[in-house]
Design a protein around this ligand. Structure first.
Ligand SMILES: [Zn+2]
Length: 311
């Protein structure tokens, strides 16, 4: 498998050569601002390391399958603990000890250190010991927004891979891939995000959220009209992708809650409450791989039944 890394083709070429020649450096420092694909790259490299083939990650072997389900015993990620700014020195010492344990399943073990630039000097020095004399079968992937916070000694032990924001047209092409957004929306999102793909994606999915809110209001309007046909039409647009279905259901839940709050004495308040609970249980169903069209037609049926069965 070749890693594309749009807009960072040179880095991608380096990475692909590392894998092809089976010469992945034992410590890699991935640097770039938030949203440029550092985690995607680290994830890809970690999978390639445990797979170990010259076509890694092959996606088929036992190691790849375990890595794909985020369940590989030889991939360990550390990051600052919740509510903490830094990676504690104790954590680094623990990691160092663990690094001397043989791999469980793959030929190599990989340690991903996320937000590595939050390590203070003590933590970095603790890590340095293992970087200087690494156990044979161990690799380190450090992820950081910039390398100013690192000790020179740490930097000199790592091969740096720098990621930057892609050129405008490449960014547009990447975001147009799934045909979810219009070119106009993509360009305006990239303008606000200064071409940062991750940030632009967040802006665009915020727009998707707004779309879902409008649709949820429409859905309720048709529900009050007992208009099953148009309710189905509204949901159609959200039945193609899981993320859209999630967004719609969330918006619908909020819209129903708002109606109940606005007029708790209305004769619709009680059935709306029942419908609200129905949406909650539907949300659970979305966790499973179900047919989305079927899911929405069931939702419409139960909505109609709950609101109109006694009328
Ligand atoms: Zn594999």
């Amino acid at each position: 498998m070749i890693f594309p890394l749009i807009g960072n083709e040179k880095t991608a070429l380096t990475v692909n050569n590392f894998i092809k020649e089976q010469r992945i450096p034992h410590a890699i420092l991935i640097v770039g601002e938030s949203g440029v694909g550092k985690h995607t790259l680290a994830d890809f490299l970690a999978k390639a390391i445990v797979c170990g083939k010259d076509t890694a990650p092959c996606g088929e072997c036992e190691n790849c399958r375990a890595a794909l389900s985020n369940n590989h015993p030889d991939i360990t990620t550390i990051a600052p603990e919740d509510n903490k700014k830094n990676i504690a020195v104790d954590k680094v010492r623990e990691l160092r000890q663990e690094a001397f344990i043989r791999p469980h399943k793959a030929q190599k073990r990989v340690f991903v250190i996320d937000k590595a630039d939050t390590m203070n000097a003590a933590s970095q020095n603790a890590l340095l010991k293992v970087l200087e004399e690494p156990p044979e079968a161990v690799m380190f992937l450090l992820i950081a927004e910039n390398n100013a916070a690192f000790l020179d000694t740490v930097i000199s032990r790592c091969v740096a891979l720098n990621l930057t924001v892609p050129e405008r047209e490449k960014a547009v092409a990447l975001l147009s891939e799934n045909r979810k957004y219009s070119r106009e929306d993509i360009i305006s999102a990239l303008d606000s995000a200064q071409n940062n793909i991750g940030r632009a994606k967040r802006i665009l999915s915020g727009k998707a959220g707004t779309k879902a809110e409008t649709a949820a209001e429409e859905f309720l309007k048709y529900l009050f009209d007992n208009d099953q046909y148009n309710m189905l039409l509204v949901t159609n647009a959200f039945a193609k992708k899981r993320v859209d279905s999630d967004a719609f259901l969330k918006a619908l839940k909020n819209a129903v809650a708002k109606r109940i709050k606005a007029d708790p004495k209305s004769h619709f308040a009680k059935p709306l409450m029942a419908f609200y609970n129905e949406i909650l249980s539907c949300e659970q169903q979305l966790l499973f791989n179900i047919n989305l069209n079927l899911f929405f037609s069931n939702l419409v049926c139960s909505a109609i039944q709950i609101l109109w069965r006694n009328k």
